[in-house]
Design a protein around this ligand. Structure first.
Ligand SMILES: [Mn+2]
Length: 379
């Protein structure tokens, strides 16, 4: 059988106030085209379809339409909740999408209640697919247990319990079935992309690749935005995001994975690259250097190598309309002024002038404007 592995769409993501909805529409169209072009039998979406737990109607509409398009031509579509998704919302969708032949899993389910899917692929092979949605530490390790022991103990508990759950979900794997797992979480050694929630990645939220049995022919993971393979007892892959979700993901070529697998053999994996979303780039330089930059329609994080002054970031935004984040280079960042004793004795005008010069923003015009505003509100 042939299937597409994708994850971490983060539909609804707003990048410093800029909507990415059009870009999401484009990359999901690319995904649907890939499903048709390669005539895949199934599509696995390994979590974080949405960026927030309360997605807007527009975001929900985009995701549901993409899933229905993927379902076209009778492909099996399997979706699970990531840490950004709302598991309860997914459980609301579940029976509705189930009527349309899709499998959506929001919360942990026993193997015989939707946790392990057993179906015959369009290609005719019998498939066992273990589906483990993101499980928070709080859910997995009881609150009472968190009151005792160290952070390392708690992670050991988390990892042990996840292994036990995976063990239960994969108990039905057989020699003559295609044996697959999909889940959303962190494995140690994975390279971060930049837009993941750190608190749910590096602090106590990881499990070991040894959780997956050797009989697994492919493990489809979500959570890390960079496409990568993780060493383990079976082929374990993160598909990465179909678009760069946040800055820091420049090193990743967004896309999806095309997986071909037959019973008894390890899966053959091909990387697909998607190019319809805008690129995210971090650039740096003086104003003069930035002026000469070819930015196209990339979203930019701009690190400015200039002394701070009023209006500097507006100047950068005028120069480079794709700038969504403008920051000063560390070397030019003002040292925070130490609060001096006796400040209560000085007037607000004096204090404001002092603040301006201490932060390198001294400007007579701004000081005069402050005086006028101060007179207006106190006069
Ligand atoms: Mn995630």
């Amino acid at each position: 059988m042939k299937f597409l592995h994708t994850a971490d769409w983060h539909v609804g993501k707003v990048l410093k106030g800029r909507s990415r909805m059009d870009e999401h529409r484009d990359v999901l169209r690319e995904l649907v085209t890939a499903a048709r072009t390669h005539d895949v039998d199934a599509v696995v979406v390994a979590g974080d379809l949405f960026d927030t737990s309360a997605p807007t109607p527009e975001a929900q509409s985009l995701v549901l339409n993409a899933l229905m398009a993927l379902r076209g031509d009778g492909r099996d579509v399997v979706v699970l909740a990531g840490n950004h998704d709302n598991p309860q919302l997914f459980e609301v969708y579940r029976p509705v999408l189930g009527k349309l032949g899709m499998h959506m899993v929001g919360v942990f389910r026993r193997p015989d209640a939707g946790g392990t899917l057993a179906f015959t692929a369009r290609s005719g092979e019998p498939v066992r697919l273990a589906v483990l949605p993101f499980l928070s530490h709080r859910y997995v390790v009881r609150a009472a247990e968190v009151l005792t022991g160290t952070a390392a103990d708690h992670n050991r508990d988390y990892a042990t319990r996840i292994s036990e759950l995976v063990g239960a979900l994969t108990a039905g794997f057989q020699n003559d079935t295609v044996n697959l797992i999909t889940t959303h979480g962190t494995l140690p050694g994975g390279a971060f992309g930049g837009g993941e929630r750190e608190a749910q990645s590096i602090f106590s939220y990881y499990f070991e690749p040894s959780a997956f049995p050797v009989s697994t022919q492919y493990a489809a993971l979500g959570h890390l935005h960079r496409r990568q393979q993780i060493p383990g007892p079976c082929p374990i892959w993160y598909s990465g995001s179909p678009l760069a979700v946040d800055f820091g993901e420049e090193g990743n070529t967004p896309g999806a994975l095309l997986v071909e697998v037959t019973p008894g053999r390890p899966a053959v994996v091909r990387e697909l690259a998607f190019a319809s979303a805008r690129r995210l780039r971090t650039v740096r330089g003086t104003l003069e250097q930035l002026e000469g930059l070819e930015a196209g329609d990339d979203w930019l994080k701009v690190i400015v190598e200039e002394k701070p002054r009023v209006g500097l970031s507006d100047q950068v935004r005028d120069l480079l309309p794709g700038s969504v984040d403008v920051v000063l280079d560390e070397r030019f960042r003002p040292v925070p002024a130490v609060r001096r004793a006796g400040s209560a004795a000085r007037s607000p005008r004096e204090l404001f002038r002092e603040y301006l010069s201490a932060t390198g923003r001294h400007d007579d015009q701004v000081a005069t404007l402050f005086d006028r505003l101060y007179d207006e509100v106190t006069g």
